[in-house]
Design a protein around this ligand. Structure first.
Ligand code: ADP
Length: 365
């Protein structure tokens, strides 16, 4: 796996999951590598580094999508156990493949077209029908990078020329956004986490809240969708489904095959965190229960502002600050806060208060 905050939180969960973690990190002073039982320095795209990782471990897993699937396929063919498998990982590495596969399986998704070239006739037809579009680079994007909101065909074509292959979709009037996490074991057993509401600003998730602002029937629908996608992809580990709530319908925006920002609240808020359960799943261990431990939980991301943040600011009981130990930079995710409470409105107030006290509250929406 790679360094970064997800690896850091996985390293923190390794003991509880009963696994010994070896982190492949870009730099020896990576915080996750420092915490892991063993470390290797190298790039996840370097065949030699991956081969060494395969030699040293029983299972290889990832905390990001920036992987080389051919390389992983060769590693798997050489006997290294990769979970999720390169076949499943294609789902999250390639947004175009993901969208086409979901639509073909009848999963509700926004109206879209895959464009390989600005003069694609299919793109032409799509842009005739939709003025406001969102163009998404098929690979390499995250946290809103690679996502472009366009007005009119000329702008959309210009972006497609730059980033193709791309998914071009209708710009929807969203009533809300949600996320549904599930964890799937090697033998296909599956447990859902509680559905959460999410808030995004500038393409980045700023807040997630449990319980989701959704009636019970539609929460069941979110779980059913994520279960279907998990089985369809053959994932082992955590799978996160980002959903749009539009005019009473749930549409699948995006799927990630790894622990996800919208599941960070489970560290304090669920009986087994998404990080522990991901490690349990990929290690072939039984999954832990995913039930919530409090009636409400709100997570707010901490983002670098104009001045360095103060992440050691003491918090009130029930509020926890996570410091990713990253160098401060304006706009960079540097940690998160989770507040547990009896009531979601109160949890929200307390989480944002702490984020502001740390000097790292994201832009409010
Ligand atoms: P990333 O992979 O970078 O997270 P997403 O596809 O999730 O990119 O898009 C980021 C955010 O942009 C979404 O959470 C949503 O707020 C907004 N967005 C994306 N696609 C659409 C769309 N078709 N209509 C309206 N808003 C969208």
């Amino acid at each position: 796996m790679g360094g970064g905050q997800l690896a850091l939180m996985m390293a923190e969960a390794a003991g509880a999951a009963g696994v010994e973690l070896t982190v492949l990190a870009a730099s020896p002073d990576d915080p996750a590598a420092a915490l892991a039982a063993h470390r290797l320095v190298g790039s996840p795209r370097d065949p030699d580094a991956l081969e060494r990782l395969g030699d040293l471990t029983e299972v290889v897993t990832f905390d990001h999508e920036l992987v080389d699937l051919d390389l992983l396929g060769r590693l798997e063919a050489a006997g290294v156990v990769v979970r999720p498998s390169p076949h499943a990982l294609r789902f999250s590495v390639d947004k175009a493949y993901q969208r086409v596969t979901l639509a073909a399986a009848g999963v509700p998704v926004p109206d879209f077209v895959v464009a390989h070239h600005p003069d694609d006739p299919e793109l032409e037809r799509f842009l005739d029908a939709h003025v406001d579009t969102v163009v998404k680079a098929a690979t390499g994007g995250y946290d809103g990078r690679g996502v472009f909101f366009c007005r009119g065909a000329t702008e959309a074509r210009e972006i497609v020329a730059r980033v193709a292959p791309a998914v071009v979709e209708e710009h929807l009037p969203l009533d809300g956004e949600l996320a549904q996490l599930v964890v799937r074991s090697v033998d296909g057993a599956l447990l859902p986490y509680p559905t959460v509401s999410t808030v995004q600003a500038n393409g980045m998730c700023v807040e997630t809240s449990f319980p989701a602002a959704l009636d019970a029937a539609r929460r069941d629908e979110a779980v059913a969708l994520a279960t279907r996608i998990a089985d369809l992809s053959g994932v082992v580990g955590v799978l996160a489904v980002e959903l749009f709530d539009v005019a009473g319908r749930l549409l699948v925006n995006e799927v990630a095959l790894r622990p996800h920002n919208t599941g960070h609240w489970t560290i304090e808020g669920a009986r087994t965190s998404q990080f522990e359960n991901h490690l349990r799943a990929v290690a072939g261990r039984p999954l832990g229960p995913t039930d919530p431990v409090a009636p409400a939980a709100v997570m707010v991301n901490l983002v670098g502002g104009d001045a360095p943040a103060r992440l050691t600011t003491p918090a009130t009981p029930g509020v926890v600050t996570h410091d990713y130990r990253k160098t401060w930079r304006p706009g960079r995710k540097i940690g998160h806060v989770t507040a547990l409470d009896e009531d979601v409105a109160r949890a929200r107030v307390r989480a944002w208060e702490q984020a502001r006290a740390c000097g790292a509250a994201p832009a409010e929406v």
